[in-house]
Ligand binder design. Sequence first.
Ligand code: ATP
Ligand code: MG
Length: 774
Amino acid sequence: MSSFIDELNDAQKAPVLHKDGPLMVIAGAGSGKTRVLTYRIAYLMAQGVDSFNILALTFTNKAAREMKERIAHIVGASEAKNLWMGTFHSVFAKLLRIDGDKLGYPANFTIYDTQDSQRLIASIIKEMGLDKDIYKYKQIQNRISSFKNSLITVKAYRNDPDLVEQDAMAKKPRTGDIYENYVDRCFKAGAMDFDDLLLRTNELLTRYPDVLMKYQNRFRYILVDEYQDTNHSQYLIVKALADRFQNICVVGDDAQSIYSFRGANISNILNFQKDYDNVGMYRLEQNYRSTRNIVNAANSIIGKNQNQIEKVVWTDNDDGSSIKIHRSTTDAEEGRFVANSIWEHRMQQQMTNGQFCVLYRTNSQSRAIEDALRKRDIPYRIYGGLSFYQRKEIKDVLSYLRLVINPKDEEALKRVINFPARGIGGTTLDKLVVAANHYNRSIFEVMENIDRIDLKINSGTKRKLQDFVTMIKSFQVMNETTDAFALSEHVAKKTGILLEFKKDGTPEGIGKMENIEELLNGIKDFVEGQQEIDEATGSISEFLEDVALATDLDNDTGDDDRVALMTIHLAKGLEFPYVYIVGMEEDLFPSGMSMNTRSELEEERRLFYVALTRAEKQAYLTYTQNRYRWGKLIDAEPSRFLEEIDEKYVENLTPVDGGYRYKSLINADIFGEVDKSKLRQQKPVRGTPPSISQPNSGQLKKLRKIKPQLSEPVGNTNKIDPNLQEGSLINHTRFGRGKVVKIEGAGNDRKAEIMFDKGDIKKLLLRFAKLEVI
Ligand code: ATP
Ligand code: MG
């Protein structure tokens, strides 16, 4: 037997060596599911299965790349070359480029990202004259997306009285019309949104049996990671493709199903045994990732869920240290704690930044963490916020490139037709849109024929439109003979975008120019990288496809050493030695929007399970007593999840004997934010003031019963002396006397950092702070 098989335990070997036919591995976090999938592919290839016949579907492209590298390492790079491996979206985009013409799509169709879809929906709502406060474009986009993921076409929608009724009840009776317009417009623009990549694949496989057969024969072996989070559309594709040979291997963990809000359907796992005959069922129990404390703590949490498949997870790893819980007074202090802790671990245990990860429930929590990391000079990278490719200046350049490939692309065209400004105004664009709808053509086609249509556009503007068309066409000609880099550089210059930012001269403008430069560098790397891969040519359309489907996890080349910041949802499947889960507060985690039903709460709990099981050596859970949310300072309550962990495995970091105050002074000291000599004058305080003592679990329970309240009234109710300055002595209605240490920001954002006599240092937004100068 090949030696690489010996890198697995017996329970893992069984599914890897399973003969043909369907099999499923259900197992808890860190037990080697992804490893089994990877090794099974290598094993199949070692047994002589052609890589051409294997399809592997993963949760991120990064996971796919890593798997491919591992497989290449085991069986050789050239063997692994033909593997189709990637996310559902990237794999089926590839398939649709080959066969989508049968559905009327060009091979060079554009992929609309969420922002493109939302912009298009917003403009349709406007064109239809609907009230944008009722028809909120983001909500409508969400709803359309959920239709598509359940394969509800416009026609199916109209024929479903329940759905129609739901929208009517929600005072949005025109939802179906918006949906229809949206589908039409995307089609006319030669564009697919993310959901289309699955929906159209389904359509193709259902309507064209010959196409289905072609891919059934090709993909004799299908493997799916994170099966618990597949949605209905994905499920149907897999089912159709696997139907002929039934060599389907899925791995997953029902306890980590966290995407039901996006239509993921846990019953796909539960029904697997009904869908296929003679399913090989495997379980893995040994966790290789985490310390025993972490594994046991995670088990104690997930045990609280009623709906789950019974599982055992244990580990042979060391106990490790207990899970640390830290409470702070404000989110800024929470950030400082995280930054300090990372800094200390780095020094004491010789760790690199990349070994740390900070996880949060919502993207907006990253700001306080970022501020603290920056102050400590700790490099970090945020995943999942506004990605590089969504920045305005980058999207502008990319939009020109998209037009080169597909001039029908309406969203790209609207973005850049008047950027940089060339005197084509909103009214002209409106006329073009109306004409395009009327003639059932794309806007670009209308522009090409502008001389032949009477749109009441003056001759000067007409010439500008024609110039634009000519410019795009000249790029197309150039694209025939040059590579993506040369073309992009030419486009950035010729369109005037670079010049626009250069003229701007502000730091922002220069930043934008640098970003464009970074984009061009990226394209250059891409071209050089692609030319080494056989099938690829390094063309601009390949680059755009890569960009459209890239999540920013994918852009993590691991070259530079940074702390990772991301939402828990994004962290699925990943692992880090040190993990900080911040914002462990009621209404935040569990989310205030997911506490209405038991099943919602159970999903939040699964999310917590996912978060905790990312940690290899050490997990920190932090919460704060006050947090700015929606611009207001609110009293936060500790998350119920903190109590749910078996207390054997946790340790409260905040000392009970007055050390807390001391600690916050030390933090301030390290950051050099207050004058040290003044700190020394502070007398040490014995005993902990009640307001900042560590609550015991009884108190925690009581705390939770109290509804969160706004601790600060809305609006400008403070009595600040306009002369408030560093050194001013103030009195705060709640926190008492203090001294202003620092003032920053201006206008509504003006903040003061105040050291209160009680020992806390707080940063207060002056707009809300109830204080007066004394
Ligand atoms: P998750 O549920 O979080 O996706 P998983 O079940 O997919 O986890 P893996 O990521 O495959 O688990 O494995 C977790 C870690 O344990 C990885 O670092 C993996 O390399 C390691 N591991 C798994 N099995 C073994 C083994 N038999 N020997 C050594 N290391 C292993
Ligand atoms: Mg995994």
